[in-house]
Write a protein that binds this ligand. Structure first.
Ligand SMILES: CC(C)(COP(=O)(O)OP(=O)(O)OC[C@H]1O[C@@H](n2cnc3c(N)ncnc32)[C@H](O)[C@@H]1OP(=O)(O)O)[C@@H](O)C(=O)NCCC(=O)NCCS
Length: 158
């Protein structure tokens, strides 16, 4: 599908937390207990060890990513694009923003978990350079297997 002009990507602010949490509930956590509530997202927005970014179109949040950092490792915890805006490069633009930040910060690798049934996310992560390294049955509230994927960003120290 056609790419849109580069979406506007910003760091999220507290007022974005509800829209992000609702996208997570409906597009990532569907069928599971809602864990990423507005309050939890708001805490991450305020947390210096996390980056929460949003793609906006005319003020509406059409995609977001939530990434946490620990030492040299980054963990992509949430990532979604609104259903009516998919296959237009929005996730790619969000990931490129994050990857530039990770490389600038000297982060060695990024990891992500996704539901084994999520073929679209798997295709997307493979497209931007992640590789599957493991799978954990019953990972999602006992209900579904998780695939663990990693993208190496920097060569490990000798
Ligand atoms: C996965 C997701 C974030 C991709 O967002 P997107 O903005 O549509 O992705 P992009 O347009 O940047 O796609 C880039 C490439 O990824 C691959 N891709 C993305 N969606 C795909 C799909 N449904 N099927 C196959 N490949 C896909 C393609 O190679 C695509 O390039 P192309 O459109 O030129 O073929 C989106 O489908 C989504 O929000 N899904 C629900 C939430 C989710 O699963 N989040 C991730 C798990 S936490």
């Amino acid at each position: 599908m056609a790419q849109i002009a580069a979406p506007q990507i910003d760091l999220a602010v507290a007022a974005d937390a509800e829209a992000i949490a609702l996208l997570s509930r409906d597009e990532i956590e569907n069928g599971l207990r809602w864990a990423w509530t507005p309050a939890r997202v708001r805490r991450c927005i305020a947390d210096v060890c996390s980056n929460v970014i949003v793609a906006r179109d005319s003020g509406r949040i059409v995609g977001f990513a939530l990434m946490s950092y620990a030492d040299e490792h980054a963990h992509l915890l949430l990532f979604a694009v609104a259903p009516d805006r998919r296959r237009r490069g929005i996730a790619t633009a969000l990931w490129n923003w994050l990857e530039t930040t990770l490389r600038t910060a000297g982060i060695a690798d990024a990891q992500v978990e996704l539901r084994a049934s999520n073929a679209a996310a798997r295709a997307f992560y493979e497209r931007v350079g992640f590789e599957q390294v493991a799978a954990t049955p019953h990972y999602y509230q006992g209900a579904e297997t998780a695939l663990h994927m990693v993208k190496e960003l920097a060569a490990p120290a000798p």
